[in-house]
Ligand binder design. Structure first.
Ligand SMILES: NC(=O)C1=CN([C@@H]2O[C@H](COP(=O)(O)OP(=O)(O)OC[C@H]3O[C@@H](n4cnc5c(N)ncnc54)[C@H](O)[C@@H]3O)[C@@H](O)[C@H]2O)C=CC1
Ligand SMILES: O=C(O)[C@@H]1CCC=N1
Length: 275
């Protein structure tokens, strides 16, 4: 890519300033990008005004975004992708880089809608980008070179860890780490409810469980031990933990999680197949 041929400098445009778009935008700005080299295209005027006011970025239409930025991050819902691609098709060329985070939408589907040769990198980040603890997987489309993928990795690396995967794995990744934070929040919610059932004040139950989650997550990441070893170390013979584990198994929690994540992967594939 050359700056001249792109006519767009090395700016980044975020298209779609919803939940994940804002998480990525905030991370990019924390990571050293400036409102001067980052523009946002958001179709809802109130949301656009909120982003402009909160982050100091300029909000523009899709054509202006393509004129100003070489890298466009597509953070719109899969259901909106065809409308957006129709807007992008006349203003995007091979000197741009499209980084899509839309669940299920394949690079082929994006490439098909655009001029030949447009590089596309498909990514799946997650909302811990808000605290620079995202987990993102990236895959190259047919026209994306190593340099394009490295550009996407560097951009998303500012908000957490990044791995490169074959695109065939991205629906599974979406189900695991893309949606994953929601499963942990759901578990934490349920555990706080259990504290309430046992008569603890809600604030105390929340403090106990949130710090326990942080501690457990840190051990999972840093101890080098398998989750089974970590769980066994908590599970004293004849003690409290095994009584709880027996109930979790009796209620099929393990099978429920596996089925839930499988359902999410199926949904990702369905979203991609539409259109
Ligand atoms: N929320 C999450 O945790 C994650 C979401 N994703 C993916 O990111 C995408 C967005 O998800 P959310 O942020 O949750 O949705 P959202 O609904 O919060 O945000 C989407 C935004 O895009 C805007 N938009 C739609 N069409 C547009 C257009 N043509 N031009 C400009 N703006 C447009 C909407 O007004 C909305 O503000 C989805 O494809 C989702 O699969 C990926 C990883 C994690
Ligand atoms: O729920 C969704 O469809 C998006 C994709 C991954 C996380 N949120």
């Amino acid at each position: 890519m050359t700056e001249d041929s792109a006519g767009a400098g090395d700016g980044i445009a975020l298209i779609g300033g919803g939940k994940i778009g804002e998480a990525l935008l905030s991370g990019l700005l924390r990571g050293g990008r400036t409102p001067g080299d980052t523009v946002v295209s958001e179709k809802h005027p109130e949301r656009a005004a909120y982003l402009a006011e909160t982050y100091g970025v300029t909000t523009v239409d899709v054509a202006e975004a393509a004129a100003r930025a070489r890298t466009l991050v597509l953070a719109i819902k899969p259901q909106d992708i065809d409308t957006l691609l129709a807007q992008l098709a006349p203003v995007i060329g091979p000197d741009h880089l499209l980084v899509s985070v839309a669940a299920g939408i394949t690079t082929t589907r994006i490439e098909r809608a655009l001029a030949d040769g447009v590089p596309v990198v498909r990514c799946m980040p997650n909302t811990p980008a808000l605290v620079d603890q995202a987990m993102t997987a990236v895959s190259a489309g047919a026209h994306a070179t190593d340099e394009h993928v490295a550009t996407a990795e560097a951009m998303l690396g500012v908000v957490g860890r990044v791995v490169r995967v074959p695109e065939s794995q991205l629906d599974a990744v979406t189900a695991l780490s893309g949606s994953g934070p929601a499963y942990f929040f759901f578990l934490v919610e349920a555990m706080i409810d259990a504290g309430i059932l046992l008569g603890l004040p809600r604030t105390l139950a929340a403090e106990l469980i949130v710090q326990t989650a942080v501690g457990a997550a840190t051990m999972l990441r840093d101890s080098g031990e398998h989750p089974v070893q970590l769980r066994e170390a908590v599970t004293s013979p004849g003690g409290t933990t095994i009584s709880a584990i027996r109930e979790l198994e009796a209620h099929g929690v393990r099978a429920a999680l596996i089925a839930a994540i499988e359902a999410a992967a199926v949904r990702s594939a369905v979203l991609g197949a539409d259109g």
